[in-house]
Design a protein around this ligand. Structure first.
Ligand code: 0A1
Ligand code: ZN
Length: 884
């Protein structure tokens, strides 16, 4: 909390540290009121960076009890304790600095540093939480070898964990148990972890490619011990995959995972001691949906992959965050693609990117993948750094090809093992290994905003040639008015009557070596370029941005017929889905205009027929079919509407009308599919069962939108389900399309049956938070008083308030401003409890420029926040940038 406005930190000001900490010894005495932390820091002046004998350590909310230099009490004239610093003067070149600090984890509600979750102690140090444990150079480029001893009451805390290997356990004269952990790999403070609790674990082992045996353990509260198997299997699959695909072997004899209930993010990659939000590791058919199972697999993989991309090679400073996050998201996405359907995974990722990252890139917090400044780094764990960062790595993969990319990755890991490096180092390794020139490509790291590609075509029948003219532009973003052109790989093909056509670019020799001459990647690197294809028998329909080969908005004036052709006939699964989406957007937008004009909704029969045809297509993977039949989300439609033009009510009404029209038109086919796909077997999170359930849910949604028979099916599904996936799908449909009498009883029954399972309750809260009826706001307020709700638990806040503000546009944007008020009040209260969560929750209010007729109301809530006393740096940054 600060009184004055917090300052901005700039990438251009980066300076190497003037001291290094070669070894770090920490000693914790965990108590019920307070914890004492003794540090022994083996300091060495970093002569590369001048000759100063002054050192400023970071420290926050610490009480300094004792301080020694080389064993002697340090004279008070040699140090100064500041608000968030400890300044040391006249330090020798090499010395041992020792501090005793007192901290109060029991009172730490920020969930950064050392804190309590239920009955256990745990830590979260990324990005700058370590400074809440002891005075330190809390920055990623200071890598140190850690030795940690923990003293604790073994009755309360029989499990005492830290990074690396357990070297000693002893019983002390005072009755406490002492453990000693040593991590041989130098690491920055953000990867430090400690856990103490009364935990159970499951155990397995993994034999690495060089034959080493690794013990794998997952620690949870006793009640959750049966929910760990899926995570363990996912971990083993990840370890094997990283060896096979990236040549990365695990490097210690032990790998621990701990599940905690109170956690700001999904999980954390602390060296050999990953800490997970329970929602991202526990799996059980009655608490975890199919999507949840897939998420657990992906997050377990993500954290594990960080062992190389993040831990062995880490970031020099936090501006380089995407170095580890973008690369690791790319790696986990490749893993998930290999474990399941590549196209479906791609569709899911692009859906997130387009509906949320594009909005971030167009909003007041827009920043490049490698930001140039920040006030609070915690605000920069964004979709841009993670997901767009992964897209940037994916484009490098596309430009270089798989072999050269792997060579670049090998070179990067070999060259920088044990170092803290930059995005530039990554790109240099990729260039050197491949011979490619990524000079202009680097604009993706430095420029914010989503590029727009505008494509026009010209068909010359006589010559049999077809020209595509592609121009690129990028809107201004905060601090960046003019953008240089990007290098944009546009994967494409041309669709003819009988399928994809052979591609021959004018002026280029035919390539006899390529088997697949119906697919090509065009390099767009200028403001405008024309590509001419020759030797074509007919005017083609262009299939553009296959596989979503670049994170751009693409504009081409397709006719609805063209879209239908692509949808059913293109070789590329992504383009087939994307064409269905575009068709959906165009139909919903048309209906929106009809309704606005006071006319009845007339859904284009072409669209209804196309949906019917899809439902008859038995060759299509049901998971893919489910994606193709899912209408674009309200948020995506709002984003497409553009600044000042999003009419949430209009979008909702139009989208619902289209759902109902498809539901009526295709009733028979929907009912048939719904019945056919019923899973008779016991619940299992297999690809086949998941696909069936997801398509059934889509069918049910259409049928319920169309009327009573769908609601009856939903009721029956709720009663018969043996898993939460089908229960929630039914509840969602009942509460979206039914009246109180349809959903009230099942909603209550769900809680009666599963109220003892926290993770199930969270989803029950989320379903209610997204209901479109008029009672939504009163319901959310009421649920905030529910005994199961707790403002201190981020999962609860996200489920109820986050879902309301992010997934219930109709009610969040109510004309009377009550939705905005609710969010502002919660953010104001959370500001002092947990600033990180407060600031994340605020995101929907920052999009005030988008919503027709709402800008003033939304702004005035932001202004109220801005005028609050004791505003955290986190909330201050988001509010002040949003109001600019
Ligand atoms: N590095 C973790 C996620 C994480 C990020 C930030 C945090 O606090 C600001 C905490 C965790 C990951 O990528 O999984
Ligand atoms: Zn990560």
């Amino acid at each position: 909390m600060r009184d004055a406005n917090p300052g901005t930190i700039y990438l251009k000001d980066y300076q190497a540290p003037n001291y290094l900490i070669n070894r770090t010894e920490l000693h914790f005495v965990l108590g019920e009121e307070e914890t004492l932390v003794t540090s022994r820091l083996h300091l060495l002046r970093n002569t590369e960076n001048g000759d100063s004998s002054e050192l400023i350590l970071d420290g926050q909310d610490l009480e300094l009890v004792e301080i020694y230099l080389d064993g002697d009490v340090l004279d008070p004239s040699c140090y100064e304790v500041g608000e968030a610093t400890l300044l040391l003067r006249d330090l020798p070149e090499q010395c041992l600095l020792s501090c005793v600090t007192r901290i109060r984890p029991q009172l730490n509600t920020s969930l950064e540093g050392l804190y309590r979750s239920q009955t256990m102690f745990c830590t979260q140090c990324e990005a700058e939480g370590f400074r809440k444990i002891t005075y330190y150079l809390d920055r990623p480029d200071v890598m140190s070898v850690f030795t940690v001893t923990i003293d604790a009451d073994a009755d309360r805390y029989p499990v005492l964990l830290s990074n690396g290997n357990l070297e000693e356990t002893s019983l002390l004269a005072n009755g406490l148990t002492r453990v000693l952990w040593h991590d041989p790999f130098p690491k920055p403070s953000y990867l430090f972890a400690l856990v103490a609790g009364d935990l159970e674990h499951i155990e397995d082992s993994f034999t690495t490619c060089s034959g080493r045996e690794v013990a794998l353990r997952i620690y949870v509260e006793e009640k959750d011990i049966d929910k760990c198997d899926h995570a363990m299997d996912s971990l083993k699959r990840s370890m094997r995959w990283d060896e096979e695909v990236f040549g990365r072997e695990y490097d210690l004899d032990i790998f621990n995972v701990v599940a905690v209930d109170d956690f700001n993010m999904g999980a954390m990659e602390n060296k050999s001691l990953n800490i997970f939000n329970t929602s991202c590791v526990l799996c059980d058919p009655n608490t975890t949906t199919d999507v949840g199972y897939q998420r657990v697999e992906a997050i377990v993989a993500h954290e594990y992959f960080h062992n190389w991309s993040g831990n062995r090679v880490t970031c020099r400073d936090w501006f380089q965050l995407s170095l580890k996050e973008g690369f690791t998201v790319f790696r986990d996405a490749e893993f998930s693609s290999d474990m399941g359907s590549r196209t479906v995974k791609r569709v899911e990722d692009v859906t997130l990117l387009r509906s949320a990252q594009f909005a971030e890139d167009a909003g007041p917090m827009a920043h490049p993948v490698r930001p140039e400044s920040y006030i609070e780094i915690n605000n920069f764990y964004t979709l841009t750094v993670y997901e767009k960062g992964a897209e940037v790595v994916r484009m490098i993969h596309t430009l270089l090809g798989p072999q050269a990319f792997r060579a670049g990755s090998d070179l990067y890991f070999a060259r920088h093992d044990g170092q803290a490096v930059t995005c530039e180092d990554f790109v240099l390794a990729m260039e050197e290994a491949s011979g490619a020139d990524l000079g202009q490509f680097r604009n993706w790291y430095s420029q914010a905003g989503t590029p727009r590609l505008t494509v026009t075509d010209a068909w010359n029948k006589e010559a049999g040639s077809y020209a595509l003219t592609i121009s690129q532009s990028c809107p201004a973003t905060p601090g960046q008015d003019d953008k240089k052109p990007f290098v944009i790989p546009v994967a494409m093909g041309l669709l003819g009557d009988a399928g994809n056509l052979r591609l021959q670019l004018q002026g280029e020799a035919p390539d006899p070596d390529t088997e697949d001459n119906t697919h090509m990647v065009l390099m767009v690197d200028k403001p405008e370029q024309t590509f001419v294809f020759e030797g074509l028998p007919e005017k083609p329909v262009p299939s553009l941005l296959r596989g979503f080969s670049a994170p751009v908005r693409l504009e081409f004036d397709y006719s609805r017929n063209d879209l239908c052709r692509l949808m059913s006939g293109d070789d590329d699964g992504f383009v087939r889905w994307d064409s269905a989406q575009s068709l959906g957007v165009s139909v919903i937008t048309e209906v929106q205009a009809q309704l606005l004009a006071g006319d009845e909704a007339q859904v284009d029969p072409l669209f209804l027929e196309a949906c019917g045809a899809l439902l008859q297509d038995d060759a299509l993977d049901p998971a893919m079919l489910a994606e193709m039949l899912s209408l674009p989300s309200e948020n995506y439609l709002a984003e497409l509407a553009g600044e000042g033009a999003a009419d949430v009510q209009g979008i909702y009404r139009a989208r619902t009308a289209v759902l109902a029209a498809v539901g009526s038109h295709c009733r028979e086919a929907l009912e048939q599919r719904y019945a056919q796909l019923a899973v008779e077997a016991k619940y299992a999170a297999t690809g086949e069962q998941i696909a069936a359930r997801s398509l059934r849910a889509v069918c049910l949604n259409y049928l319920a939108a169309a009327g009573a028979s769908g609601l009856a099916l939903a009721n029956a599904q709720f009663a018969a389900a043996d898993n939460i996936t089908e229960r929630l799908a039914a509840l969602r449909v009942l509460s979206q399309f039914g009246s109180r009498s349809d959903w009230e009883a099942p909603m209550a029954k769900f809680y009666d049956d599963w109220g003892h399972e926290t993770l199930a309750v969270n989803q029950w809260l989320a379903v209610q938070a997204s209901m479109p009826d008029d009672g939504a706001i009163a319901r959310v307020r009421h649920l905030m008083e529910h005994p199961d709700f707790d403002l201190r638990n981020p999962n609860k806040v996200r489920s109820l308030v986050g879902t309301f503000a992010g997934q219930n546009p109709l009610n969040f944007h109510r004309e009377d401003g009550s939705g905005y008020r609710l969010l502002r009040q919660v953010v104001a209260e959370l500001n002092s409890i947990n600033p990180q969560i407060a600031s994340r929750l605020l995101a929907p209010l920052t999009k005030w420029r988008y919503y027709q007729g709402r800008a003033e109301q939304m702004r005035s809530e932001l202004e109220l926040l801005a005028s609050m006393d004791g505003l955290s740096a986190d909330v201050f940054e988001v509010v002040s940038k949003s109001l600019k």
